[in-house]
Design a binder for this molecule. Structure first.
Ligand SMILES: [Zn+2]
Length: 105
């Protein structure tokens, strides 16, 4: 059975947030201004795909708080670094609910 991809408002908001966070990380850490470096692009594609396929859909909790670890270990490490770096900076510039939700604060 083929499942519909998630594209409700909550998942969409998380996609926007994770995209912002990876972009910020790449600009500051890898000094890529125009577009993401290959690694970060790869990570972004992966993260967006995970969100599209998240089995909890619109009732999902923060990924860091989820009982299902759907990330492969290597991507899990990478996204953790991005969150750790970009999380506090995002809160500084965009003190939005979605970021707090994502960080489970
Ligand atoms: Zn990068």
């Amino acid at each position: 059975m083929k499942r519909e991809l998630n594209n409700g408002p909550i998942v969409q908001k998380e996609k926007d947030t994770v995209t912002e966070m990876i972009r910020l990380y790449c600009i500051k850490k890898h000094h890529h201004q125009q577009r993401l470096c290959k690694d970060c692009q790869d990570l972004q594609d992966y993260a967006l795909k995970r969100l599209s396929l998240c089995q909890f859909g619109e009732s999902k909790t923060a990924c860091s708080n989820c009982s299902v670890h759907c990330y492969k270990p290597e991507y899990r490490q990478k996204i953790k670094s991005v969150m750790r770096f970009s999380g506090p900076r995002m809160l500084l510039y965009h003190p939005v609910y979605a970021v707090k939700h994502l960080l489970n604060k």
